[in-house]
Design a protein around this ligand. Sequence first.
Ligand code: SOE
Length: 365
Amino acid sequence: MSDPRRELRVALLGQGFMGKAHSNAFAQVSRFFDVPFRLRLSVLCGRDQQALERSAAAWGWEQTATDWRQVVERPDIDLIDIALPNHLHSEAAIAAARAGKIVLCEKPLANTVKEAKAMVEAARNVPTMVWFNYRRVPAIAYAKRLIDEGRVGQVFHYRGTYQQQWGTDTNRPLTWKMDPEQAGHGVVGDLLSHAVDLALYLNGAIEQVTALTRTFAPGRAVEDAVESLATFANGSIGTLEATRFGVGSRNGNSFEVQGAKGMLRFHLEDMNKLEFFDATDGAPLQGVRSLLVTDAQHPYGTNFWRPGHIIGYEHTFIAALADFLFSLSRDEQFHPNFEDGLRVQEVLDAVLQSAHSRRWEGIPT
Ligand code: SOE
């Protein structure tokens, strides 16, 4: 039977860890969501030809290519997805947008505010998305719903922390993530970007920050850790931190929001759970509830498995892509788009400036 949905021909630039996560999302999305497009996995682009052939076969890509500049110009491609090292994001995204493609880009959007602004400008007339996938963790989407419903009340404190421990391994082979030319920065672009995106999503605009960074590993050219204080437009204050020296944490992306009516707490290593404390309960019954966010009434609760059947990291990419495709079919703005990516970049820039100036730095409104 013929499929009446519009075909979207996809090219993915990048074959690393994120290339794998995105490939899986493109391959799986229509299995869990009734998406309004038929995705054709046309081209997988990378430099390691042998590994490329293996990945293309494993994930169902029709063709491979080694020159991304040629791929973005191809008339038989509708959507370009960028999972290249950070320093190539802006050049590739601008070229793809100028060629009229739909453009998806891994985080952080860019290495500098200047690059991010040029990307926003070039992509004004094309749909965009930044893969801040954690917004689509059901427990985090549910936290957002509870905050919007007023269940936390006026927020006093927001704490966002992203900890990994792999930076302590000084024998680890150097990758582009340790090279400032390619990665731009260390943990600030790689992990703090996620913490900042979630803070903006859950608690709104950040007004100013003060921060310090530290490189613990001798000779390493990018920062290993960052600690920062922030003030938010809603009157709350908070901390945002990220580290590759978070011994004991493999992928510890967490936050805590405390308000007049309650508290919410999340930790990615237990990602199906959300903790909620309802301060409006009578004192004898007050306590932290641990919610298993897999119910039909929870975000994405009917897309994956039955209640109680937990999901994982890959589902956050699948759900992000599904939401993007729904927005695309309705001609609506998707979030986070390139402008949202620029907002994150502005906060990261202020954090780095403050670490240098040792003063509070404001974020443009
Ligand atoms: C770093 O180790 C990393 O792979 C990030 O780059 C990803 O964005 C994060 O989701 C997992 O950790």
